[in-house]
Design a protein around this ligand. Structure first.
Ligand code: BYC
Ligand code: FE
Ligand code: FE
Length: 481
């Protein structure tokens, strides 16, 4: 492939043309990415025309270019938000000093690890979602799935660009490894917990994009505060795409609630009756919520983290809205009152603020999730129903940190966050979390609907189409459909 060709294939605003070494590195990585995409990306539909949005520049008009594209021809671009002149490090020991345009030697390993961990989630999510196209409840939903998938692919490109540009040979090796690990694989799993959890039906997909992509929002916000300016600018741009992923999830669950409310009006609230009438009962929706929310909470890491303290102190990772909020940006004084288990009950421990950075970010995340559930409940309320969904307590069903339970820790908590015995957990587990029978039931509902404008019976149609198109628009053109 010629050099010009590559720069044509990779839309970018990072002046790829001027750096021969970098262009070569990306040139040799690109075919491996495509190979991974064909093997681990969406199964089927790769030869179809999908109505997709492609980012072709970072300004307001350029990042929302809609057209039919075959997924392997998607133009995975490399974009950063524009440089903010005279930007300074917004937190930590180097507060107020000029941001770095290259990697400070003493932070090289930490920074590489942060970028690799973030990068790893992007292809992982594509792998988790790879079979969902085959059971899409409508062409509209199928198109949204593929939009999310190609953008997660672009996020991988964004991180690989940073690795290859700033981390030399190590960066190139990490870029290769990102295509070798596999979600859920016994020997070479993805790095973080949630990204190895199976996501095999559409309710899981909607919960994943609501709760797990929302972790992305907060992690990317924290990294957008980084003193390493290229990382900051990259994350700001990724956030523009993240909003759509959360939209897909939130409106997906909303539409399930709307449809289930209609069915309950006809047959009553009994779960078996709702299922019998072709809907997904709210108890099951709640269990999906419980699982994906608690899993996503783990992505913020331990409540007490010396790593997080170091990231903050060195100016590599900040709090949510660090630079624009009226925080004490040094955070050497003050404590976080952390509920901890001691001697069979929950007490409070004062944790130095810097050590509690993961928990502070998780606090912001929890608030955002609460708002989402409020919006879901508005749908039920407007439909005249009295049933409500709720967010389980953050201590419920955790695998990481202070409240890790079962095989991962010491204690068990109920959905209100109360400490409970193993016995009580066992008694209630199937009330709170999915059973194999629940999963089998939902799986049995997942029949593809491929006629334009038509919708599976368990979900209501969307309020509006994509890019002002009608809902009957042919979002995916599949010759045999
Ligand atoms: N899974 O001191 P701690 C997205 C490890 S979503 C596995 O608390 P620290 C997206 C930890 O690595 C955004 N391991 O950790 C969404 C450490 O290991 P070592 C994804 C975990 O350093 C949808 C040890 O436990 N990005 O973009 O504070 C679709 C001690 O823990 C986990 C991020 O989440 C876990 N959940 O780091 C597509 C950003 N939690 O050092 C994309 C990356 C902890 O003892 N996040 N460990 O070997 C981080 O790097 C966070 O800081 C950590 C916590 C979650 C890793
Ligand atoms: Fe992403
Ligand atoms: Fe995302």
């Amino acid at each position: 492939m010629s050099l010009t060709d590559l720069s044509g294939k990779i839309p970018n605003n990072v002046d790829l043309n001027s750096d021969r070494r970098l262009r070569r590195a990306l040139e040799s990585w690109q075919p491996k990415f495509i190979e991974w995409w064909m093997e681990m990306g969406p199964a089927g539909f790769q030869a179809d025309d999908i109505y997709l949005r492609t980012a072709v520049s970072v300004d307001r008009d350029g990042w929302a270019h809609f057209d039919y594209v075959k997924m392997p021809d998607y133009r995975w671009g490399i974009f950063m938000n524009d440089r903010i002149p005279d930007r300074t490090i917004p937190m930590g020991d180097a507060l107020g000093q000029p941001v770095w345009q290259s990697v400070p030697g003493e932070y090289r390993n930490m920074l590489r690890r942060i970028i690799v961990t973030q990068a790893d989630t992007e292809p992982a999510s594509v792998e988790q979602q790879r079979l969902l196209g085959k059971t899409a409840p409508s062409l509209y939903d199928m198109r949204n799935l593929f939009q999310v998938n190609v953008e997660e692919g672009r996020h991988l490109w964004a991180m690989v660009y940073l690795l290859q540009t700033y981390f030399g040979r190590d960066g190139r090796e990490e870029a290769e490894d990102l295509l070798q690990r596999r979600s859920g694989h016994a020997d070479k799993p993805r790095i973080l917990t949630t990204f190895n959890d199976p996501c095999e039906d559409w309710l899981s997909f909607f919960m994943f994009t609501t709760f797990t992509d929302r972790d992305g929002k907060f992690q990317l916000h924290a990294l957008a505060q980084s003193g390493f300016d290229p990382l900051s600018r990259t994350c700001w741009f990724m956030l523009t795409e993240e909003a759509h992923h959360m939209f897909v999830g939130e409106t997906g669950v909303q539409r399930v609630c709307r449809r289930t409310a209609e069915i309950m009006d006809e047959v009553g609230p009994d779960a078996a009756a709702v299922r019998g009438a072709g809907g997904i009962d709210l108890e099951t929706v709640q269990k999906y919520l419980n699982f994906w929310y608690s899993s996503s909470l783990d992505l913020f890491g331990g409540e007490r983290s010396s790593n997080a303290a170091t990231f903050f102190a060195t100016g590599l990772k900040g709090r949510f809205m660090e630079a624009s909020r009226d925080y004490d940006h040094v955070a050497l004084e003050g404590h976080y009152e952390l509920p901890v288990v001691s001697g069979g009950s929950i007490g409070v421990e004062d944790v130095p603020l810097r050590v509690a950075m993961n928990e502070l970010l998780r606090d912001e995340y929890v608030k955002d999730c609460e708002n989402t559930v409020v919006r879901w409940n508005k749908v039920l309320e407007k439909a005249g129903r009295s049933e409500r969904l709720y967010l389980p307590h953050r201590r419920f069903n955790r695998r990481v940190g202070e409240y890790a339970s079962g095989e991962f820790g010491e204690s068990r908590f109920d959905t209100d966050g109360k400490l409970i015995s193993e016995h009580d957990w066992t008694l209630n587990r199937d009330k709170w979390l999915l059973t194999q029978a629940d999963l089998d039931f939902v799986k049995s509902m997942m029949h593809p609907v491929v006629e334009p404008g038509k919708m599976a019976g368990w979900i209501a149609p969307p309020m509006k189409g994509i890019n002002k198109n009608a809902s009957e628009f042919e979002y995916v053109k599949h010759p045999s459909m």
